[in-house]
Design a protein around this ligand. Structure first.
Ligand code: AMP
Ligand code: ZN
Length: 289
């Protein structure tokens, strides 16, 4: 397939490094845990953060953590993440979602789509696990098109307030870790090409469901169409959203509560994962095995 826009890996790498520098994503003394899914985006995030601290001799540690989701494909994905961490010489911590919640069973018991249950468990563990391991920040592989899809989805769903979270760095409060997104100004095809050029081990799929990004299709279509006229339209758009949020979005006094069951941050009395766990145990108690 001929790519409509050729990838310039040097420009990409410079852009990611300047994002890290400009928004102070890496600071002296940081212990940054990169949430690695096994896919190209978080793989690129891990490799580039590591390259950055080495290139500029920043006194910060880059570590990786992976959540084994407990699906059929998960053992293979975990293997790829282990190979990646070894290849980059980065310490890796693997956590098993099943130790907290069986995602597939919980999805059936709650009637919620599997990707929504999986998302809740990932968000929960991506904050709890690195924090308990002593992280100062957690990094993800979210790229510009992911965040544009999130933006338009929230707009269409009238969940405007969530769009204020579209930033390269979301400062933590209390038990919430600071989140960083070094690839906020990068495109998925650039991450892919970077991993390929470096020969990094990535898995083509991170789970067998593959529905997480299905909702992005419309926005990806819009981006493709707009880039035919202006190849940088996507980066201009995300840049505008970030600048808008930096200027107008600071007033987020949203109260963070603690789950009365597990003590993790929650928007209500009980966190999303404990709610799912409660549903699951209620179901198991009433359904004959
Ligand atoms: P997603 O929501 O699947 O698009 O993933 C967004 C980001 O979350 C990825 O770029 C990773 O940084 C992180 N992530 C997703 N799945 C996992 C996983 N199984 N383990 C660790 N981090 C993950
Ligand atoms: Zn809880």
């Amino acid at each position: 397939m001929v790519r409509p826009h050729p990838v310039d890996l040097e420009a990409y790498r410079r852009r990611v490094f300047s994002t890290i520098r400009r928004y102070r994503l890496v600071e002296m003394g940081d212990v940054i845990y990169v949430a690695v899914s096994g896919g190209k985006d978080s793989c690129a995030a891990l490799a580039l953060l590591k390259e950055y601290v080495e290139a500029f001799r920043v006194d910060a540690e880059i570590r990786a953590f992976h959540i084994n989701l407990g699906f059929k494909t998960s053992a293979k994905v975990e293997e790829a993440v282990r190979a990646l961490a070894e290849r980059l010489g980065v310490p890796l911590h693997v956590v098993y979602a099943k130790d907290y919640l069986d995602i597939e069973t919980a999805a059936k018991a709650s009637g919620r789509p599997i990707c929504s249950v999986c998302g809740a468990v990932k968000r929960y563990l991506m904050n709890k696990v690195p924090r308990e391991l002593g992280a100062t920040k957690v990094a993800t592989g979210h790229h510009a098109h992911d965040l544009l899809a999130y933006y338009f989805k929230n707009l269409a769903g009238r969940n405007f307030q969530w769009n204020f979270k579209i930033l390269p760095k979301v400062e933590g409060r209390g038990l919430l870790l600071t989140k960083i997104r070094p690839l906020i100004y990068a495109r998925p095809e650039e991450n892919e090409e970077f991993c390929r050029a470096r020969g990094l081990p990535v898995s083509a799929v991170c789970c067998e469901y593959g529905l997480c990004n299905a909702a992005h299709a419309e926005v990806y279509e819009m981006i493709r169409a707009a880039r035919r006229r202006d190849p940088d339209f996507d980066l201009k758009l995300i840049g505008g959203i970030v600048d808008f949020n930096l200027r107008y979005g600071r007033d987020e006094a949203e109260e963070i509560r603690r789950c009365k069951i597990c003590g993790e941050p929650a928007s209500g009395d009980v966190c999303a994962v404990c709610k799912l766990r409660m549903r699951l145990s209620a179901r198991l108690n009433t359904t004959p095995l």
